[in-house]
Design a protein around this ligand. Structure first.
Ligand code: ATP
Ligand code: MG
Length: 398
């Protein structure tokens, strides 16, 4: 069984689109494939038309019981999407995995143990990760023997790559297994000169770490997800389908040629060097100031652009959440008497919502109200149980 984790801390770089459609194409080629959604936002279920209200148990239940006597078996949560194609859906509860397992032995091995014992019937397991680093991503990394890092081929995306590599370095220190890490160009727009130059530089200098397949920007991929279908069903004649079939072919062939796997550290150094070189090169191309200076000048905005969750920046608390399909997102907490009248603002067409509150020092509880539905902040692992047996998100202001 090959287990491939799709990881990048940067939000919106195409992880879920790649995970869903790669899994669908591997399945269409006759491989028994399981897609595991490790993002509490449960976007795979939404993108594959699994009715969220009918999901009784999800990957959280399997993971939380993985080392307990009364295990919830993987097969009990799996939904069949197509022939050879199964989904282990996620749920908002997954955001609570880290606090729930705090202090428990081998908490980072829950997914690996489940995969090794219960997913042996699959040829491929694809793991879609959240855009954050913590116990969930670490579980995915431990379970995987390969990592795909989707990278947008635009200028700002390269900052994301450098940051992601720093994260992987931290994870690598705790993770002794050998893993193959490869970069996949995602949302590639051939019409922009910069994207073309970035891709050609990447290919020229670092072909060993770079997959030959490229995922082009293709609106059919966006549409497919909004119709709840993988591209194999929505439009098999599309460019998006061709890209994913080529990716599936390349991955299948690479298993046969048995790529020499170097240590994670060596691979990371090579990819990191490539990211830095590319940043310098793209600065030169667009005549920009050095990226570090630019980031400093615009630091609050750039920080907001690059995180989800809650963060104290200067005197304010910034709340950022991703709800691409929501029409209204409000926040309610003990700072506004739990009245959801404080609205988050949509940030352009990004699907992100944000607001800024001037809170004084103290500990606060809050929840989001998304189109009338109350829920915890999926990007804040700090939670507490409320009187209804649900989770409130916790926030400490210093
Ligand atoms: N190749 C592509 N062509 C067109 N649209 C794309 C492509 N890849 C992703 N998108 C769109 O970009 C948005 C973000 O993609 P996606 O949800 O796959 O990113 P993600 O990395 O999983 O995000 P998150 O970090 O929030 O989980 C979605 O609206 C998706 O439909
Ligand atoms: Mg995603």
């Amino acid at each position: 069984m090959r287990c491939i984790a799709v990881i990048n801390q940067k939000g919106g770089c195409g992880k879920t689109t790649i995970s869903m459609n790669l899994a669908a194409c591997l399945a269409a080629q006759g491989n028994r494939t399981l897609l595991v959604d490790m993002d509490p936002q449960n976007h795979c279920a939404v993108g594959l038309a699994v009715p969220e209200e009918q999901i009784d148990h999800n990957i959280y239940d399997v993971l939380i019981s993985a080392h307990a006597e009364n295990k919830i078996p993987l097969k009990n949560i799996v939904w069949q999407i197509a022939q050879n194609f199964d989904l282990a859906p996620s749920g908002i509860e997954l955001a609570a995995l880290e606090p729930q397992l705090s202090g428990k032995d081998r908490r980072e091995d829950c997914l690996r143990d489940v995969m090794m014992n219960e997913a042996t019937g699959y040829d491929y397991v694809i793991i879609d990760c959240p855009p954050s680093v913590g116990l969930i991503t670490f579980n995915a990394l431990r379970a995987a023997n390969e990592v795909l890092i989707p990278v947008e081929t635009g200028y700002f995306a390269l900052h994301g790559l450098t940051r992601q590599l720093e994260t992987l370095k931290v994870l690598e220190q705790q993770c002794s297994q050998k893993i193959s890490i490869r970069v996949l160009a995602s949302m590639y727009d051939v019409r922009t000169k910069l994207a073309r130059e970035v891709l050609s530089e990447l290919r020229k200098n670092h072909s060993a770490d770079m997959l030959k397949a490229v995922i082009n920007f293709n609106t059919k991929l966006k549409e497919a997800a909004s119709f709840g279908q993988p591209i194999t069903e929505y439009d098999p004649s599309s460019k998006g389908m061709k890209d994913f079939m080529a990716l599936a072919d390349e991955l299948t062939e690479s298993a046969e040629t048995e790529v020499q796997i170097q240590s994670v550290e060596t691979q990371l150094m090579a990819i990191s060097k490539s990211a830095n070189e590319l940043l310098n090169e793209s600065n030169r191309l667009i005549g920009a100031k050095p990226p570090v200076k630019e980031l400093k000048e615009n630091s609050i905005q750039s920080k907001i652009d690059n995180f989800y969750g809650v963060k104290q920046l200067n005197e304010s608390i910034h709340f950022v959440a991703l709800y691409p399909k929501a029409e209204e997102v409000a926040i309610a907490g003990d700072f506004n008497n739990w009245v959801p009248e404080t609205k988050l603002k949509a940030i352009g067409q990004t699907g992100k919502w944000a607001c800024e509150l001037p809170l004084s020092s103290g500990t606060y509880q809050y929840r989001y109200v998304v189109d009338g539905r109350w829920q915890q902040d999926p990007y804040n692992a700090s939670i507490t149980t409320n009187e209804f047996g649900e989770y409130n998100s916790l926030l400490e202001v210093k």
